[in-house]
Design a protein around this ligand. Structure first.
Ligand SMILES: [Zn+2]
Length: 345
């Protein structure tokens, strides 16, 4: 009995040892499996990162060297490079497997600029007069003055569909000025609520201007400037700029402000003084004005301003994608030039 009991106990010990070893074996095996799965995940993520980096490089090349990439001088090759970014959503497309990272990138696929050009600073001191928030009856006065002096300017317009406004969009183009996008609704709360909301508003004006003039605009100005607090509050500033840039649009802020949007409306001489406070450090003055209905003094101040800049030896021109844009670098940049009055919208 005692012997038998000892054998029985020894067997128990052996079985117990086996069970323990089995457990240890299982634990080791499962940790190895977890480690393998994790490393596979990491390498998949690394692939994603590499792909994204590649997208960025391709995009930058497409944006910068558009002309160089196309030996025939046609922009079709380079533009298709840009189109591929984020557009190869076809699952069968394995060669250039570049995928959208945000759902809004799929919206309005035709809303983009195919011909990218290299922007430069002008050699001569140049003043770019820019007018936001038109068209209105003041746009007529501004256009008449520009015609009188034989100079060209830039109009960042809002959405209006009455006959007079449609005729003014056309007149801006016909008289050789740049017609560019500001915002259809110019409703800050609405357009800066999300990137989707901004794109919807932009597209509405983009299509209206095309329908009216036969040309798609390629340039724009953010209402309130690129550093406006509304987009900042929604936390979309960086994403919005990235998305518009991805689509090939160039945005223009300003480095001189007539402050004609401040309240109460400034006098003609005050607008003239503000609009001519250019920096001698820069060859470029991109001056902000407004040609919405209440900005009567802006239209009235314009001849004085033109004559001032002419006397200072400036050349007048309109903004084009060939001109290096003035772009704010931070929220505080040019905060004194904030477009702070939207009561007329
Ligand atoms: Zn505006």
């Amino acid at each position: 009995m005692i012997r038998g009991g000892t054998i029985y106990n020894r067997r128990n010990v052996v079985i117990f040892k086996l069970v323990i070893m089995g457990f240890i074996g299982l634990i080791v095996l499962s940790s190895v499996t977890v480690a393998i799965v994790q490393s596979l995940r990491v390498s998949a993520l690394q692939n994603d990162v590499e792909q994204l980096t590649q997208q960025v490089i391709l995009y930058k090349q497409g944006a910068g060297d558009a002309q160089d990439k196309s030996p025939t001088g046609s922009s079709s090759n380079s533009s298709s490079d840009i189109k591929n970014i984020g557009e190869s959503s076809d699952p069968g497309d394995s060669t250039d497997a570049v995928h959208y990272t945000k759902p809004y990138q799929k919206l309005y696929p035709d809303m983009r600029v195919d011909n990218q050009v290299e922007a430069k600073l002008p050699e001569k001191n140049t003043v770019y007069l820019t007018f936001d928030d038109g068209p209105s009856e003041n746009t007529v006065k501004v256009l008449d003055t520009l015609k009188l002096y034989g100079i060209r300017a830039t109009f960042f317009v809002i959405g209006r569909e009455d006959d007079e406004s449609l005729a003014l969009y056309k007149r801006i183009v016909d008289e050789g000025h740049t017609l560019a996008i500001h915002s259809y609704t110019h409703n800050y709360e609405q357009i800066y609520e999300s990137v989707d909301a901004y794109l919807a508003d932009f597209n509405r004006l983009y299509e209206l201007l095309y329908k009216t003039t036969g040309q798609y605009p390629t340039m724009f100005r953010f209402p309130g400037g690129s550093n406006n607090v509304y987009a900042e509050r929604s936390g979309i500033t960086g994403e919005l700029i990235a998305e518009m840039t991805r689509r090939g649009f160039v945005y223009y802020d300003w480095n001189v402000s007539s402050q004609d949007a401040s309240n109460p409306p400034p006098s003609i001489s005050s607008i003239t003084n503000n609009a001519t406070k250019y920096s001698r450090k820069s060859t470029v003055s991109q001056v902000l004005f407004h040609d919405s209905k209440p900005k009567v003094n802006t239209a009235a101040a314009l001849p004085n301003i033109i004559e001032y800049y002419a006397a200072e030896g400036f050349v007048f021109d309109r903004l084009t994608p060939e001109v290096t844009p003035v772009q704010f670098k931070s929220l505080s940049d040019y905060s004194e030039y904030a477009e702070d009055d939207h009561s007329d919208q």
